[in-house]
Design a protein around this ligand. Structure first.
Ligand SMILES: Nc1ncnc2c1ncn2[C@@H]1O[C@H](COP(=O)(O)OP(=O)(O)OP(=O)(O)O)[C@@H](O)[C@H]1O
Ligand SMILES: Nc1ccn([C@H]2C[C@H](O)[C@@H](COP(=O)(O)O)O2)c(=O)n1
Length: 234
């Protein structure tokens, strides 16, 4: 493609481009997707943050996470504002900044209750599709069901994987070595097992490209995703 005013890093800037990335916990979806979005001058959507925000909201307002109708109702009524700028991580619930609070281990341990409530999923999927449309379909969206349910028509669909060992090590490092091996397994392996009961993010669906990042560092993984985007979308 010739370099001109409409291209940036080899990609046409104005062209609709939805990049859907799924994968298990700790595979690097958020960090990789955010950087890919920056390089593509696209928006970025962390759909897991939306499940986390609903979970925290339930926890702080006394909603029983085992009460499916109540959890669904919380998902429908929550006043949730999530930034889709890759340069500004911000999640607001009723105007309060919960960006850091939704990453607390207590939320990570509880979030599967919301993720496995089908009514809550339907509402969050609807909101995610609206955010993708609102970006002008120029966005990198990541989660567990983006390639299959939220944006099955995305131009680029990737399943980002890594071995369990690599994912546990990454999450442990990310949390500054504060968590025991057992706590990490609860937040990563056990959570994936629960979430897998409602959505398949371990096997690539038809047409989805698998990228194993176990032996790659963050920068190499970003480069590999951009190569897939270039090959598939340009
Ligand atoms: N390829 C990589 N090599 C080394 N570290 C990585 C790599 N990808 C991501 N990381 C690091 O691993 C940690 C976890 O990554 P990240 O939070 O992006 O994973 P995730 O898949 O979004 O997890 P979750 O779904 O649980 O939110 C981060 O500290 C990140 O910097
Ligand atoms: N599209 C998505 C995104 C996330 N989830 C669930 C599964 C996770 O346990 C939880 C938090 O996600 P994370 O921040 O760890 O990526 O949300 C989902 O079911 N579907």
């Amino acid at each position: 493609m010739p370099a001109d005013a409409d291209t940036y890093a080899g990609f046409r800037v104005g062209k609709p481009l939805v990049v859907a990335i799924d994968g298990p916990s700790g595979s690097g979806k958020s960090s990789v997707s955010r950087e890919v979005a920056r390089r593509l001058r696209a928006a970025y959507l962390d759909t897991g943050a939306m499940y986390r925000a609903v979970t925290l909201h339930c926890m702080t307002t006394g909603v029983d996470l085992t009460d499916s109708p109540a959890v669904e109702s919380a998902a429908r009524t929550i006043d949730l504002d999530i930034s889709t700028s890759p340069d500004q991580e911000s999640v607001l619930v009723a105007g309060s900044d919960v960006t850091a609070a939704i990453r607390e281990p207590a939320v990570s341990s509880a979030v599967s209750a919301v993720a496995t409530t089908m009514g809550a999923r339907a509402e969050l999927i609807r909101r995610q599709q609206a955010l993708i449309a609102g970006s002008g379909h120029r966005i990198v969206a990541e989660g567990r069901d983006i390639t299959t349910v939220v944006a099955p028509d995305a131009q680029v669909r990737i399943l980002l994987t890594a071995t369990e060992e690599a994912r546990l090590r990454r999450r442990g490092d990310q949390l500054g070595g504060t968590q025991s091996e057992e706590q990490l397994k609860r937040q990563v392996t056990e959570r994936d097992a629960k979430d897998s009961t409602v959505v398949d993010f371990q096997q690539a669906a038809d047409g989805v490209v698998t990228l194993d990042s176990s032996e790659l560092d963050l920068d190499q993984t970003v480069t590999a995703v951009l190569e897939i985007v270039r090959a598939v979308a340009n």
